[in-house]
Design a protein around this ligand. Sequence first.
Ligand SMILES: NC(=O)c1ccc[n+]([C@@H]2O[C@H](COP(=O)([O-])OP(=O)(O)OC[C@H]3O[C@@H](n4cnc5c(N)ncnc54)[C@H](O)[C@@H]3O)[C@@H](O)[C@H]2O)c1
Length: 432
Amino acid sequence: MEKMQVKDAQGKLGVLVIGVGGAVATTFIAGTMIARKGLGIPVGSITQLATIRLGKREENRFPKIKDVIPLADLNDIVFGGWDIFEEDAYAAARHAEVLTVEDLDKVKEELQAIKPMKAVFDQNFVKRLHGTWVKEAPTKWDLMEAVRKDIRDFKANNHLDRVVCIWCGSTEVFTKIGDVHQTLPALQKAMKENSNEIAPSMIYAYAALAEGIPYINGAPNLTVDMPAIWDFSAQQQTPICGKDFKTGQTMLKTVISPMLKTRMLGLNGWFSTNILGNRDGEVLDDPGSFKTKEESKLSVIDNILQPDLYPQLYGNVYHKVRINYYPPRKDNKEGWDNIDIFGWLGYPMQLKVDFLCRDSILAAPLCLDLVLFTDLAKRAGFSGIQSWLSFYFKSPMHDNEHIAEHDLFIQYVKLKNTLRQIIGEETIDFID
Ligand SMILES: NC(=O)c1ccc[n+]([C@@H]2O[C@H](COP(=O)([O-])OP(=O)(O)OC[C@H]3O[C@@H](n4cnc5c(N)ncnc54)[C@H](O)[C@@H]3O)[C@@H](O)[C@H]2O)c1
């Protein structure tokens, strides 16, 4: 197999985080800084810890991914970003209360140096937040131009070779795909006319792509999941990926569902409920933002279980998802799953899962991997939707001709095989 032409990861990589003062963002940034100083292990990160088998099993070649794939070095990353609050990344991380003060102090000065740029914000899209550090401009098109200028200034001021943009901002209210999202001219016109159908996240994404910068969507927002932006990313030869980091409950769903299907065990119902008390939980307490999250969480089971093929087993599944804002828990979410299954002759059984997790601790390694992999994708000349990164998302993007793959292990094979292809190694689709 021929090796792809991939530009070297030379020079510095800028990482622009939208929602840079949030819990996920600050945990990702501080953790990366701690890891690159050798003061902590980036647990959960495939790019930093995982190996990849090359060749036949008996060849015994299992190098670390980062040793054979031309990824950016953690020491070459420079962070920046936007938020609707002015506080620097250290102050914001203290507020988020995910990492201990002892850990944050290991990289205090570096974190304090990250001062958010003024955000593009519209309260109609995030009802529970009241931004104070916000850009003003006559039209959404002008706001987009201002974000482009921020990106160019950040690149020049930090002497960066490349930049990647990642949304770690709040979940916006549910936005249906409309006419303005279908074509690039329609989208541009809508921005110029200040259409209500243009969310802030779309403005950032358009600006990033206009600058040839990959865009990662960590929330379930519509943002880049529309034909106009698919076209734009192809035109700009720039990768996009999303939506919604697959971290806790949905990750479990995409592992348990394939198990049930593989064994031809039936499913009657799946009730998922969560309590969490961070700012994300507060935002999701608003029905509009919750609806966006709910849609993202619900699609998973049907896609994996294929009720059309197995109506007796999965034709009548009652799937319910609840998120409850409960401040005492802060970022330490508790997710319960009650799964009603049935076996031989239809006899019922139950599975109960109680996942006491830490939301941002699970999300941070995904941010790091996605940043490094989309930068790689850009250097490899990839553009459009990066379906090989579906592994990381609850609601993997796909165009109108494809359907999403949700099974975590199928997604993992796709991810690793893409890496093998990039370096000219044979893909592995079976056990040998
Ligand atoms: N933690 C997880 O496991 C997980 C999993 C999947 C998705 N997510 C998503 O990741 C996002 C971040 O989660 P979090 O827990 O860090 O939330 P958070 O509320 O702590 O952080 C979000 C940040 O975005 C900022 N923000 C909101 N609108 C903005 C805008 N228009 N421009 C710039 N900044 C803006 C907020 O001020 C805040 O600082 C959420 O959308 C969440 O749903 C998180």
